[in-house]
Design a protein around this ligand. Structure first.
Ligand code: G4P
Length: 534
């Protein structure tokens, strides 16, 4: 196997999806710990604190105690290179999360064993389903009072319409949690009940093996045998194809806090999760093993380090072997750019990347050229598809008291919009700025960032519009007539794309009825696709 094929085959690029508090942070720390990326799990937290201290421009983040920024953690284990893409936990940043999910090949769904499927888990799951992202389930907190395993599996099947195939089976729960039986490999994995040492494993010759009786307390052994037998009979057997297609999830039980089940989860990811998949693109899809380098921007982060005041475009490599210093073609502007200082994000620290392969994420510092959804190639005219911009659900008008700063505000808003932090629309008549967001917290973050990073004290006020839709038509004359007839409601986004601002749903519907030739679109990706004739 050549180097590229080997690198692709051993890459696992994934994200963790969960409801807040289910244990995503703890599991992330433990994965890094088991992956050998850090010596102590606490070190990740410490680094996180440092990072937070460095980024104290983002006061909201500290005040609200949420992680607004997302990052990429790369670690190696068992011959595999894992890229774990962190997704922001707070609901208001779901757009960011959606985009991050366009850059992964699989996901781990963390569920709290006492709570089961929660609202946000389900929402994120739906996004994964839209893209057929295969999911491994980790049922966490088995060291606490937990629901019955059958009950949890049943809930996954019923609420998510996803076959659940137990990979491990818990032996007891809460204070009685002793470990798991590994259904795939017939072994016992036993928790260290006195300390925090890693679990011990012991291979057994099936459920009848007397070694099980020697290791598992009498009170639990019969129940375990009965349940595992039942599970083997009733639950769907693991089927790789079905998992890869997103119809079945292997389920691991564990306790991230107690280091339990993490090793098995990693092994599961290495053994089952897909390596980088072909990426849909126009005019053709791209195979990861193609020699030529290509990738797309799925996230922009500005001012990660106030000393640099740079912006970093996170690029998912879709094919090829990338080397530092390479020149890539920026498809949207048809410019060649030299990638001289790419960054990899090893456990939160910046490292200069010398090389990377399809499936890896690289950060490209730039001054605003790269935008979300942009494609980079070695020359071929390829446009990757599927990174969405969503029509905002909330609109506010920006109020700036100092008229001398209007130009400054324009630049700041455009930068933040390109970064994907919000959407900015400038009305053609009047020229005022309307900012759109998916959740109210986004406005707080924006106000805070405009103040701290750009020295612009602004306020938001209600806008006379509730909805924004990108507009488009095959009939250019009809579109012009529509724009002329609705001038007060027409705005442009930061790319100059036309947007119709509707006072409310009723007006939007009326515009739709009156202008059947005009399309009113909820996502920009849709806009780009239709413009491209897709
Ligand atoms: P999140 O990122 O999904 O929001 O969850 P996070 O890891 O921060 O975990 C939420 C809480 O659940 C934390 O407790 C964490 O210690 C706890 N937790 C995570 N995994 C397990 C587990 O396997 N077993 C048990 N018993 N608890 C677990 P906290 O009290 O909110 O924070 P802390 O003070 O313990 O850090």
């Amino acid at each position: 196997m050549d180097t590229l094929s080997h690198a692709v085959a051993t890459r696992r690029t994934f994200a963790i999806i969960s409801h807040p508090d289910a244990g995503k942070t703890t599991l992330t720390e433990k994965l890094l710990l088991f992956g050998g990326a850090v010596q102590l799990a606490g070190a990740v937290k410490a680094r996180g604190d440092q990072r937070r201290a460095r980024s104290d421009w983002l006061k909201v983040e500290q005040e609200r105690g949420i992680s607004v920024t997302a990052s990429v953690m790369t670690f190696e284990h068992d011959g595999c290179t894992f890229n774990l893409l962190d997704t922001p936990g707070h609901e208001d940043f779901s757009e960011d999360t959606y985009r991050t999910l366009t850059a992964v090949d699989s996901a781990v769904m963390v569920i709290d064993a006492a709570k089961g499927i929660e609202a946000r888990t389900r929402k994120l799951f739906e996004v994964c389903r839209m893209r057929d992202v295969p999911i491994i389930t980790f049922i966490n907190k088995m060291d606490r009072e937990a629901r019955e395993p059958f009950d949890l599996l049943d809930e996954i099947e019923k609420t998510l319409a996803l076959d659940a195939s137990p990979a491990t089976w818990p032996i007891g729960s809460g204070r009685d949690f002793h470990g798991c039986y590994d259904l795939y490999q017939d072994r016992l994995i036993l928790i260290d009940r006195n300390g925090d040492r890693r679990p011990t494993t012991e291979a057994v010759a099936g459920l009848g093996d007397p070694r099980i009786d020697a290791r598992v307390p009498e009170a639990l052994v019969a129940k375990m045998r009965e349940e595992v037998e039942l599970a083997q009979g009733l639950s769907p057997a693991f089927d790789l194809k079905s998992y890869r297609e997103g119809h079945l999830t292997p389920v691991f039980f564990g306790s991230a806090l107690r280091n339990f089940g993490v090793q098995e989860l990693l092994e599961g990811l290495a053994r089952l999760a897909p390596s980088p998949r072909p990426q849909p693109a126009e005019p053709r899809s791209v195979e990861p093993s193609e020699n030529k380098v290509s990738g797309f921007v799925f996230k922009i982060q500005a001012n990660m380090d106030p000393n640099h005041r740079d912006r970093v475009a996170f690029v998912r490599l879709c094919s090829g072997h990338f080397k530092r210093g390479m020149k890539l073609r920026h498809i949207r502007t048809e410019r060649q750019i030299a990638i001289n200082a790419p960054v990899l994000f090893m456990a939160g620290d910046r490292d200069v990347a010398d090389e990377a392969y399809a499936g890896d994420i690289i950060g490209i510092p730039n001054h605003g050229l790269l935008r979300i959804g942009d494609s980079l190639t070695e020359g071929e005219q390829i446009r990757f598809l599927g990174v969405p911009s969503f029509a905002p659900e909330l609109l506010r008008r920006v109020k700036l008291d100092d008229p001398m700063k209007v130009k400054h505000l324009r630049r700041a808003l455009e930068q933040l919009a390109e970064e994907g932090a919000s959407q900015v629309f400038r009305r053609r008549l009047g020229g005022d700025w309307v900012v759109g967001a998916v959740g109210p917290l986004q406005f707080d973050v924006l106000r805070s960032r405009l103040g701290a990073e750009y020295g612009l004290p602004i306020e938001f006020e209600g806008a006379p519009f509730e909805l924004a839709r990108w507009v488009d038509s095959d009939d250019k004359a009809a579109l012009d007539r529509f724009v002329a007839a609705n001038a007060p409601n027409i705005a442009e986004d930061h790319d100059g794309a036309l947007v119709y601002l509707a006072r409310n749903q009723w007006y939007l519907q009326r515009a739709r009825d009156d202008w059947p030739m005009v399309r009113f679109l909820e996502t920009r990706e849709q806009h780009a696709l239709q413009a491209a004739g897709g």
